[in-house]
Design a binder for this molecule. Structure first.
Ligand SMILES: Cc1cc2nc3c(=O)[nH]c(=O)nc-3n(C[C@H](O)[C@H](O)[C@H](O)COP(=O)(O)OP(=O)(O)OC[C@H]3O[C@@H](n4cnc5c(N)ncnc54)[C@H](O)[C@@H]3O)c2cc1C
Length: 365
């Protein structure tokens, strides 16, 4: 089995393939999880179940939220950096609606009033009147977790670029890399933003978009300055496993128009300093600028591809998504199950890479 991509999605496929007894797993990846270009390296790391007005996607996210603790239990050294997260990045009515909607879908989310927030976030000045609280939300460190999954899978990592998929009689039979051709029974494309280029080599027009996300990292601070991740109207912040605050602006903001990124990162730190009761120095240590891998309709794309005659293309499986930190565990588990058993789990039924709601991605094969 070949997995193209060494981010968290590829790592989860490798881990679950190993659990299902696949003995030869090779991960071919242009970038490693420590490289700046990978989305997994540049993530904020919030595992959550929200997807307002999209019950099916919310169900998949919630199932991932429930599955994450099992991975944490099963994989040595895998931990979360915090549990439970707050958000108030919308007006009061929308917040209440979002909470009520997700509660009715079975999520452990509640509203927490200002007085109670003092217990959870004692160092935060200007607490909101009301915030949403995802009781089981987690924060994880993307690169570390990916490395642990890869290690647990025993997969062989090959740092190389895949230039094209090798296609014969409606089946992908291998890949052509910078270092030569590798044949394989199954090629899993977990290549994030590299997916459209790879699929174009078998004449599939798969479109994605992308925005740039800026995150500022402070130098390490005493732990528990900020006990839980918080998302306000124009900021989000959490403390990582080393005590650094990881701070972004408005959630999902696109930083591509900013001309002086370092200045913006410094301002994020300054503003957070003013929001928190902390007497020591809070300074910028570094920042990351990551490209979000965004499928066109916002939903994950997981599954087999079809050719122009609507026949399944054999030997290739796609898994690409934003919110990959939340979704990677079950994308990998259910993806591998589908590859092995040829049965598709109901949780991913609607996430075919070429969906009817998105006709432009239809195959030209
Ligand atoms: C700023 C930011 C904040 C985010 N915050 C969150 C969050 O809080 N919660 C959440 O759930 N998600 C979040 N995300 C999204 C999440 O990080 C991504 O969805 C996830 O990391 C995607 O993982 P991946 O493995 O699919 O892609 P990547 O990590 O990008 O890995 C793709 C891999 O494929 C390799 N590759 C591509 N093409 C080729 C090729 N042709 N040959 C060989 N290798 C190739 C690349 O080198 C790379 O290693 C955030 C993303 C960003 C950028």
């Amino acid at each position: 089995m070949i997995i193209v991509g060494g981010g968290i999605v590829g790592a989860s496929f490798a881990y679950h393939a190993h659990l299902r007894g696949v003995s030869e797993i090779t991960q071919i990846t242009g970038k490693l999880s420590t490289d700046k270009e990978q989305a997994t390296r540049n993530t904020w790391g919030w595992v959550n179940g929200y997807s307002p007005n999209d019950k099916k996607y919310a169900a998949f996210r919630l199932a991932n939220l429930k599955y994450w603790p099992k991975l944490i239990e099963d994989i040595k050294h895998l931990t979360s950096s915090s549990k439970g997260a707050f958000f108030w990045d919308m007006d009061k009515d929308d917040l209440s609606e979002t909470i009520a909607q997700h509660q009715s879908w079975g999520h452990s989310v509640s509203d927490v009033r200002k007085l109670k927030l003092e217990e959870y976030l004692p160092n935060l000045y200007n607490r909101p009147e009301i915030a949403g609280f995802g009781e089981n939300d987690l924060a994880i460190e993307g690169s570390k977790v990916s490395n642990l999954l890869i290690k647990a899978s025993g997969s062989r990592i090959k740092k190389s670029n895949v230039n094209k998929l090798i296609f014969k009689e409606n089946k992908v039979i291998g890949v052509e890399t910078d270092q030569g051709i590798i044949y394989s029974d199954e090629v899993i494309i977990a290549a994030g933003l590299g997916t459209p280029d790879l699929l174009s080599t078998i004449n599939i027009n798969f479109k994605m978009s992308s925005t740039l996300g800026l995150l500022a990292y402070t130098k390490p601070l005493p732990k528990l300055i900020l006990q839980h991740p918080i998302t306000g109207k124009d900021f989000h912040a959490r403390q990582d496993d080393q005590g650094r605050l990881v701070i972004g602006g408005k959630f999902d903001e696109d930083a591509s128009k900013e001309s002086n990124i370092k200045e913006v990162a410094e301002k994020l730190v300054q503003d957070m300093n003013a929001r928190l009761n902390y007497n020591g120095a809070m300074t910028l240590e570094s920042y990351t600028l990551g490209r979000r891998p965004l499928p066109i309709d916002g939903r994950p794309k997981i599954g087999r591809l079809k050719n122009q005659l609507d026949e399944k293309i054999k030997g290739v499986y796609v898994a690409v998504m934003h919110s990959g930190i939340t979704n990677a565990p079950l994308a990998g588990k259910l993806g591998i199950e589908e590859i092995i058993t040829e049965k598709r789990h109901p949780l991913i039924t609607d996430f075919f890479p070429q969906t009817s709601s998105y006709n432009e991605s239809k195959s030209n094969v």
